[in-house]
Design a protein around this ligand. Structure first.
Ligand SMILES: Nc1ncnc2c1ncn2[C@@H]1O[C@H](COP(=O)(O)OP(=O)(O)OP(=O)(O)O)[C@@H](O)[C@H]1O
Length: 570
């Protein structure tokens, strides 16, 4: 059963969730938090605690960096326009239902890959991984970084095994990638080649002896081209050799034997030749990729389920690590009867808070000897931290019911059915506000169940005299029903008279610091009505004031001096 959060309690729960979520770096891991909604059932809370204790202990921070690389791997069904599947008449329906490629009962021209169940092309069975194995392999190939991270998080697991199989297509895939840039690659080779030939031309010198020159001129006169060219043949051979070498390197780079460069200077490959070359290499690679993919896919498929589980476990690890970061220095609360209490609690939303220890219900541990009561009235200095303390108690109660550790060095929480938090509405004054506050408190008091009711300054919205009476009556009803109530009030004295069994605690300001700011001890004193701070405010003004202003304040202070001792001599 869910713990019911009423009034402003839900807002506090949302703020806690946001704080935990801000620690989760991978968005897919955030949904794990949904498994930790606050519940009333002790068995469920303890189950969560045990799971988290074990998980947080065993998770290693070393995987923190790797977890960031884990992303979903999506396998998408696609219609592949590059292949034709030739099947028999009675297989057409089944083949078309697969929706992977064009289906026909006889061969059709214009497809790079022709597959067939009846011997018209590459033999296949009517199975998706035989017809389109690339749809399994390509997403995995493109997610190698995810697989590598997973293989390091789960050594020897599914991702590691898949990676090993993918090695079998590595060279085709690399060639495929290069094919994308084939034009660029060819142009690069072309310009390098031309540069080298140009250098050779610049260095080339023809040296002829007198006799050779006479022969040369004669050949010219008779138009003996062969004889003239023979004089340049060494240069020509050199150029041809350069072109051949470049082609060899290019073939190696692309992984297919090609001849693209014309034996001419300057070397220039016409665009249509590049295009044709690209098409033919593409086709060749497509078939090779299909064959290799088909070969490894049956060995990969058995690991895909395992891979999905590893991804899920990685998200879970991220969630656990985030919780670990969130809850550094926290403790798992005891889930037991007897109210709510905590030692050295630290409000989640205050930076470097002063730790506070507090309880309602049974006095356990170091609280032994302090008055026990299911209703506590918290009084004290303005801005003393009363609201913050109610919020801290709520944070601890909510986290405890989520099954999470709480920001305290020790804590115990009674499993509850409902938690109410009524925050003081700073702007709402007047009869309307009074009526609505009254209504919500009465709602909290009606019915049965294990309840914690936190009320922040109810009387601020009505006149003090009536407020004490109304409040006392309401609190009595709560106590009779066995609810736990903590209420912030300035009416400590009056309430104490009406409800002698209630404990009244006080947060006090102990003085002024050098900058004349109030020094507040956030730790409430048990069984003590918190002194409010008008005296300290007076003293502060007096110490700051000048002339007549100062005199007036001093006079008032002197009057108060019977009961009030200033923190220092003025
Ligand atoms: N334990 C703590 N450690 C440090 N700062 C705190 C602590 N508790 C409260 N404060 C700070 O003191 C200020 C006043 O706190 P809070 O509003 O809870 O006081 P309050 O007693 O409810 O005041 P008011 O009388 O105006 O309702 C806030 O700025 C809060 O951050």
């Amino acid at each position: 059963m869910k713990l019911k959060l009423r009034g402003d309690a839900r807002e506090i729960y949302r703020a806690i969730r946001r704080k935990i979520e801000s620690e989760i770096r991978v968005s897919e891991a955030k949904r794990f938090l949904d498994n930790f909604e606050p519940v009333s059932d002790v068995g469920e809370i303890l189950k969560r605690q045990n799971y988290l204790k074990r998980a947080m202990e065993s998770v290693s921070e070393e995987v923190e960096g790797l977890l960031l690389k884990v992303k979903p791997i999506k396998f998408r069904k696609e219609f592949l326009g590059d292949r034709l599947l030739v099947v028999s008449e009675d297989e057409v329906e089944e083949a078309e239902k697969l929706g992977l490629c064009m289906v026909s009962t006889e061969p059709i021209e214009g497809y790079d890959i022709v597959l067939s169940t009846i011997g018209y092309g590459i033999d296949v069975e009517l199975k998706p991984y035989e017809i389109a194995p690339e749809l399994y392999i390509k997403p995995l190939w493109e997610s190698r970084d995810v697989l590598e991270a997973l293989a390091r998080i789960f050594p020897g697991g599914a991702a590691a095994k898949i990676l090993r199989e993918l090695e079998g297509i590595e060279d085709v895939m690399r060639r495929n990638e290069r094919l994308e840039n084939i034009e660029e690659i060819i142009r690069r080779y072309e310009s390098e080649l031309n540069k080298r030939i140009e250098e050779k031309l610049e260095r080339f010198k023809l040296t002829l002896s007198g006799k050779e020159l006479v022969e040369f001129l004669r050949s010219l006169r008779y138009g003996d081209v062969e004889a003239i060219l023979s004089k340049f043949s060494s240069l020509n051979d050199d150029i041809i050799e350069e072109i051949r070498k470049a082609e060899e390197k290019l073939s190696q780079e692309l992984g297919v034997a090609i001849e693209v460069f014309p034996r001419d200077y300057p070397v220039e490959v016409p665009p249509d030749v590049v295009e044709r070359l690209k098409r033919s290499v593409e086709r060749e690679l497509k078939i090779e990729l299909y064959m290799r993919a088909r070969e490894i896919v049956p060995r990969i498929i058995p690991y895909i389920q395992g891979l999905k589980e590893e991804i899920e476990r990685a998200y879970e690890l991220e969630f656990i690590l985030a919780l670990k970061r969130f809850s550094r220095g926290f403790t798992f609360p005891k889930i037991e009867e007897g109210g709510i209490g905590f030692i050295k609690g630290r409000n989640l939303f205050i930076e470097n808070p002063q730790p506070v220890s507090y309880f309602v219900g049974s006095a356990k541990g170091q609280f032994k000897g302090i008055q026990e009561s299911s209703v506590v009235i918290l009084t004290g200095a303005n801005s003393g931290g009363k609201t913050s303390l109610l919020e801290l108690m709520l944070q601890i109660v909510i986290l405890a019911h989520m099954g999470l550790p709480v920001p305290a060095s020790e804590a115990w929480v009674e499993p509850l059915d409902e938690v109410f938090f009524f925050k003081r509405k700073r702007i709402n004054y007047g009869a309307g506000a009074f009526e609505s506050s009254l209504k919500s408190i009465v709602k909290a008091l009606k019915g049965k169940g294990r309840k914690l009711i936190l009320i922040d300054e109810f009387e601020a919205i009505t006149e003090p005299g009536a407020a004490a009476k109304i409040l006392a009556e309401l609190l009595k009803i709560g106590v009779e029903k066995g609810f736990y109530i903590v209420i912030v009030s300035h009416l400590g004295e009056d309430l104490k008279k009406e409800l002698p069994y209630a404990r009244v605690d006080g947060i006090e300001a102990s003085g002024l610091d050098e900058e004349l700011n109030l020094i507040v001890d956030r730790q409430p004193k048990f069984g003590v009505i918190g002194k409010s701070t008008p005296e300290l405010i007076l003293e502060r003004l007096a110490r700051k004031g000048r002339g007549e202003e100062r005199e007036i304040l001093m006079k008032v202070l002197a009057k108060l001096n019977n009961t009030y001792v200033p923190t220092q001599n003025i």
